[in-house]
Design a binder for this molecule. Sequence first.
Ligand SMILES: Nc1ncnc2c1ncn2[C@@H]1O[C@H](COP(=O)(O)OP(=O)(O)OP(=O)(O)O)[C@@H](O)[C@H]1O
Ligand SMILES: [Zn+2]
Length: 453
Amino acid sequence: MTTIRLYNTKSRREEDLQPLIPGKVRMYVCGPTVYDRAHIGNARPVVVFDTLFRLLRHVYGADAVTYVRNFTDVDDKINAKAAETGRPIRDITDETIGWYHADMDALGALRPTHEPRATEYITPMIRMIEGLIARGHAYAAEGHVLFDVRSFPGYGALSGRSVDDMIAGARVEVAPYKRDPMDFVLWKPSGDDLPGWPSPWGRGRPGWHIECSAMSRELLGEAFDIHGGGIDLQFPHHENEIAQSCCANPSGQFAKIWMHNEMLQVEGKKMSKSLGNFFTVRDLLDQGFPGEVIRFVYLGTHYSKPMDWTADKAAQAEATLRKWRALTRDGQPGQVADTVVAALAGDVNTAGALAELHKLANAGDAAGLLASAQLLGLLLPEMGAWAEVTVDLSTHADRLAALRAEAMASKDFAAVDAMKAALMAAGVEVRMSKAGVELLPGAGFDAAKLPVL
Ligand SMILES: Nc1ncnc2c1ncn2[C@@H]1O[C@H](COP(=O)(O)OP(=O)(O)OP(=O)(O)O)[C@@H](O)[C@H]1O
Ligand SMILES: [Zn+2]
């Protein structure tokens, strides 16, 4: 059986994946807080861990892999959205989950085995908090329950920092009910206008971190193989998850391998809602970028490296996929190439796997290309509709060539420039050379926007 090697953020080295239960793999990935459309940064962990999920299913068998990704549907940002819009919280979270599914399906991401909603796991959260209090790791104060960070010597091990360094570096909330500024909230009180559940500490709601600890324990057990998420979650979220889970279940070891995807950036900064420098997956799909093209762009960069979205990368991805789709159009998938599996098994080296796909295409191995690309979530039959669009742009090309010939004589290029701009606005790639005029439908092509001749 193929050995999969993964970089473990916790041990800071690559490790062989050796499932705790031989032959079965359990993976948890932190999912979205549902109050708004996912931006393309939020989609990066989805594609990364979907690719790993597909590899695990290939190596261990589809039924041997359990993948859990949660929905955080109780959060102050959701409450704020409800207050701002006057809409019921459940409407907002249901609608956002529907969008999330549609957008991530469009990127070829398989649905995880379980997608728990935090609000359906309040009882296990309360039970876990009670356990933490009983073991002396948490304390109740003024309707809140706080985790006592100093009670867990391993705090900071994931990010490699001491508690004192963290206090200096983080913006920690100082509150009168906290024994230590680093102590974090497990439970907080809710007024009548906010969502709340009865608890031993009064009506209230859970803190964010306890959700993942409680849901992973319910669905995967006290110890499991892989925990993933964006690197922005390493501290404090994952550090807090480890503290909660290890203290509540001292015999378990929680997650064995921690994986973190680097950030999708805009001009060197993390794409994020708070910075306002974001656009959504839906924006790209609406502009006509096929989901498959977006996925290909993500796969071009290793998950541990920051990446930018550029139109240039999308154009290259689209050209490659058109070629591969044409090559594999009438064929059936053959064997997945060992070279592609080997690349992915080396810490999910997706860029390396794409390089192997290029080799298969160059060798004319259509059946191998199709099977191997599908392992990466590409060239799936249900994602190919966009590539079937064939358009005849020859009339437009002839007209542009004629305008250019006139302009050469008159030295007035205004009409050429206007026609070129109109074609580009319709998503047409315009290539003009001495040899002639070539027009190709590009990313975002929309026949309805073509200039009328
Ligand atoms: N720019 C980004 N690049 C890659 N992953 C990201 C980026 N921004 C958020 N993520 C990841 O998206 C997932 C969903 O996170 P969540 O819904 O909490 O988004 P968020 O962090 O609130 O977004 P924002 O930072 O824009 O407010 C997490 O795994 C998080 O690490
Ligand atoms: Zn989490």
